[in-house]
Design a protein around this ligand. Structure first.
Ligand SMILES: [Zn+2]
Length: 290
């Protein structure tokens, strides 16, 4: 038996909780995740296995006196559903939960963590996938810093100002630029793709991400079923990962008709030669570093 959906992405100071299905609050306890870790609730769509955990999580935010605002993103057409989930039972609301429904394709939030965008998917009900892109930055090179004798607070000053002069009075006072002691570092990228049939936006969301969490409800033998119900097969997920240059593929959301989740990994591996994780309850999967 597997629990319903529920995925927490830890990303700098953010804790983005995607698609909390029934039992998510309980799974959070088992995983050692506290309500104060959650900064955003992101729903792809309003089928029960992707949202029936909202009432418990929302009430827990108030019970635990979460101080900072928590944002909720979900397809705007499901506003009434979210309202009912949010107020499914009586509780004393203290948490500052701010609803920011997704009206159309594009950015839904940005900050020091980067930009979170949503793109419409193809499912019998409105469904959006999410993509998170951290801005590119620079990685300091310890060898070079040592070469120029830059240490301590000077490193921060160099990062802020772009260049500093080194060497004391009489030592020549050379100017060192940030580029001399650091290299370009591409920001990390993440995509979360749930219920959908294969469509253009699946590729747009997954393009060049370090980690792709994607549904694979069916195996290729049931490709017609997948298409008609608006779902993906493991083979399609593998092809998406290969075409999009994904670094780590995480498969999840398997139909109960199958008894062995390993079959999904094996099928995807016929199309994608990178690392594949077949998600299990309470598993922790690090986002590959840049
Ligand atoms: Zn669905």
């Amino acid at each position: 038996m597997r629990n319903h959906n529920g995925y927490l992405l830890r990303w700098d100071d953010e804790g983005m909780l995607f698609d909390p299905g029934e039992g998510t609050q309980r799974q959070m306890l088992f995983a050692g995740v506290s309500a104060t870790d959650v900064t955003r609730i992101c729903l792809t769509h309003f089928h029960g296995d992707h949202c029936l955990g909202v009432p418990g999580v929302v009430q827990r935010l108030s019970l635990d006196r979460v101080q900072r605002p928590v944002y909720a993103h979900y397809p705007a057409s499901g506003r009434d559903f979210f309202g009912r989930l949010r107020y499914a039972a009586s509780f004393y609301e203290t948490a500052d939960l701010r609803e920011e429904p997704v009206e159309t394709d594009g950015p839904v939030a940005s900050g020091t963590f980067g930009t979170l965008s949503a793109l419409r998917l193809e499912h019998p009900v409105d469904s959006y996938g999410y993509r998170l892109v951290e801005p590119d930055g620079r990685r300091m090179l310890p060898d070079r810093l040592a070469e120029y004798g830059i240490a301590g607070p000077d490193i921060g000053r160099l990062q802020r100002e772009g260049s500093i002069s080194v060497g004391g009075p009489g030592a020549g006072g050379a100017t060192v630029a940030l580029e001399d002691v650091s290299e370009h570092r591409r920001g990390q990228r993440f995509a979360f793709i749930m219920d959908t049939r294969l469509c253009e936006n699946v590729f747009a969301l997954a393009d060049g991400v370090d980690m792709l969490v994607i549904e694979s409800t069916f195996l290729a033998a049931e490709a017609e079923l997948a298409e008609s119900f608006g779902h993906l097969t493991a083979a399609q997920a593998g092809r998406v990962a290969a075409e999009c240059g994904v670094r780590l593929l995480v498969l999840t959301h398997f139909s109960q008709r199958y008894t062995d989740p390993a079959a999904f990994g094996a099928e995807a591996a016929r199309h994608f030669d990178g690392p594949i994780v077949v998600a299990e309850d309470l598993a922790r999967v690090p986002v590959p570093k840049r």
